[in-house]
Structure formats: structure tokens, C-alpha cells
Design a protein around this ligand. Structure first.
Ligand SMILES: Nc1ncnc2c1ncn2[C@@H]1O[C@H](COP(=O)(O)OP(=O)(O)OP(=O)(O)O)[C@@H](O)[C@H]1O
Length: 179
């Protein structure tokens, strides 16, 4: 597999995580995928929490929930960065050491508040392995700006029109096609 790094970007709710999950399914069981993924919890109408999951072990923790006192918030959810770090940092480091493909979902406004996460993402970008990241589209955070400027990261935007095709395009890029 090609050692390509792909950044999936797009507006909130455009389908970045969905695209990433489709690609992971399409990679199949013979490829080991590691890293972390954010998962929104809803009650059908409102977001009531955010989990961070270790893709390899399945371990997960709810790091944003109502009632958590924090300077960092997402709507009415308070963010506990130390809970976020308790899963994400080890998941990224282990993926860099042991997996075929590294996944980081997502490099977003909340996540970049964690310096340990920022450092882990920077280290992962220097590993010679295929990598897929999802990226907040508008944030001007320095890490996101750096990733957008790197010439070894191919940035692809999910839109309502391309969202069913994009996983196939990503697979072709990972298989070394020059498209
Ligand atoms: N290609 C698709 N086909 C069907 N449903 C989709 C598709 N892409 C996304 N969705 C649905 O749209 C919703 C939002 O998708 P998703 O969570 O992937 O967006 P996101 O860009 O990661 O959002 P956020 O910016 O909030 O993290 C989800 O309920 C998802 O299941």
C-alpha cells in the first residue's frame, strides 16, 4: 500500500467520519488499522455526549457530557481533556508502532486544545505509514494550518455530491493510483 496521507475535510455533519468508516471497512481484515475515532452520542434529537474510541481495542470513554465543569465546551457539553487523552494518545502511539494504517478522527477545535494530542498527531505525521485524518474545515489552529500546508498530505473535501464516491477515491489513492 502507498504511504499516502489523506486529510478528509468538510463542513460539520458533511460525512467526514462516515467516509473514514467506509474506507476502514473497504480496507478489509488483512490490513491492521489503528488510532482513534470520535463518536457523537445523541438522544435522537440532541447531542448528549462525545466518545473517543481506540480503533484497535474498542476501548471508549465519554469525554464530553452535560454537567462537566470545563473551560472547553461543545454546545452544552463540558469537555474533560484528560479523559480524551487517556484513550487518544495511546491509541495513536500504538498505531504508529504496530499498525499498517494510522487513523486520527478528528483533528478538530476541541481536540487541538490538548497539547499531548497535538504532539501525538505531529509525531504520527512523521511516520512512514499510510494515514487518514479528518480535519476541521475552518479552524485556524496552528496544527490544522500546518497540516493543510504540508505537501505530503492530500486534502479531500466531503460534500453532499461526492460523499458516496469519496471512499472509493481514497481507496484508489491508497492503492497507489495517481488520480
Ligand atoms: N454517504 C453517506 N450516506 C448516508 N449517510 C451519511 C453519509 N455520510 C454521512 N452520513 C450521515 O450523516 C451524518 C453526519 O455524518 P458524519 O458524522 O460522518 O459527519 P462529520 O462531517 O464527521 O460531522 P462532524 O463535523 O460533526 O464531526 C451521520 O448521521 C451519518 O451517518
Amino acid at each position: 500500500m502507498n504511504e499516502i496521507k489523506i486529510g478528509i475535510t468538510g463542513l460539520p455533519g458533511s460525512g467526514k467520519t462516515y467516509t473514514l468508516k467506509r474506507v476502514i471497512e473497504m480496507l478489509g481484515k488483512d490490513i491492521t488499522v489503528g488510532g482513534m475515532i470520535d463518536e457523537k452520542i445523541t438522544d435522537g434529537r440532541h447531542e448528549i455526549g462525545i466518545n473517543v474510541c481506540n480503533l484497535q481495542t474498542g476501548e471508549k470513554v465519554t469525554f464530553a457530557k452535560p454537567g462537566v465543569e470545563s473551560k472547553i465546551t461543545v454546545g452544552n457539553l463540558g469537555v474533560d481533556l484528560s479523559l480524551f487523552e487517556s484513550i487518544s494518545i495511546d491509541a495513536i502511539k500504538t498505531a504508529c508502532e504496530t499498525c499498517d494504517v494510522i487513523v486520527i478522527d478528528e483533528v478538530g477545535k476541541v481536540e487541538v486544545e490538548s497539547q499531548a494530542f497535538v504532539d501525538a498527531v505531529k509525531d504520527a505525521l512523521d511516520v512512514d505509514k499510510p494515514m487518514i485524518l479528518t480535519l476541521h474545515k475552518k479552524s485556524r489552529n496552528p496544527l490544522l494550518q500546518d497540516i493543510r500546508r504540508r505537501d505530503d498530505v492530500r486534502i479531500l473535501e466531503v460534500t453532499p455530491t461526492n460523499r458516496n464516491l469519496l471512499p472509493h477515491k481514497i481507496m484508489r489513492l491508497m492503492n497507489g493510483e495517481n488520480i
